[in-house]
Design a protein around this ligand. Sequence first.
Ligand SMILES: [Zn+2]
Length: 194
Amino acid sequence: MRIDEAEMILIGIGDAFEDKEDALSCYNALAEKLDKKNYFIISMCMDDIIFKSNLKQDRIVAPLGGKRMKQCPDACENKLYDITEKECPICHKELTYNNILCENYIEDGYMPMWEKQRLWLTGTMNKKLLLMELGVSMKFPQIIRWPFERLALLNNKAFLLRVNEKLWQLPEEIGKDNKGEAVKESPLKYIELL
Ligand SMILES: [Zn+2]
């Protein structure tokens, strides 16, 4: 299934994009290809580059967090602070970035957007859903890789496109039913060629 055939598109952006110099131009190229399409993006990157791109900002969720908010390393309060804040008002420890690298990661930063994505997903049933998985590694497979495979099998109009330089293989049942396509390629290069 190609982008122009899809009614809805769920995109998984993997850590292959993390801190890559040409990531921003790739995202902008993708935004152009997706123009007028109904899409949602789950990003595994913590570099926040995607939030500077032309992709629809109200359609991006980054479950691992980033550097846009701060939190107390001990999560004294379930609270996020502006990036300009320096220390926790309760324990006075130096604040850290609100992302998964923090031992007591506060998930409130991405939860409202995750909920929005979940609701969006309920509208994809029986729709021509293109699942574009771009450079997603096996770190936290429960966020993108496994759900995308499940969705491809659950929805009989869904199609999984897995682009990956190292882990491109698809589960047998997806391959044999023509429910997906594996592309052994750099996802950044792939977007340029779209
Ligand atoms: Zn604290």
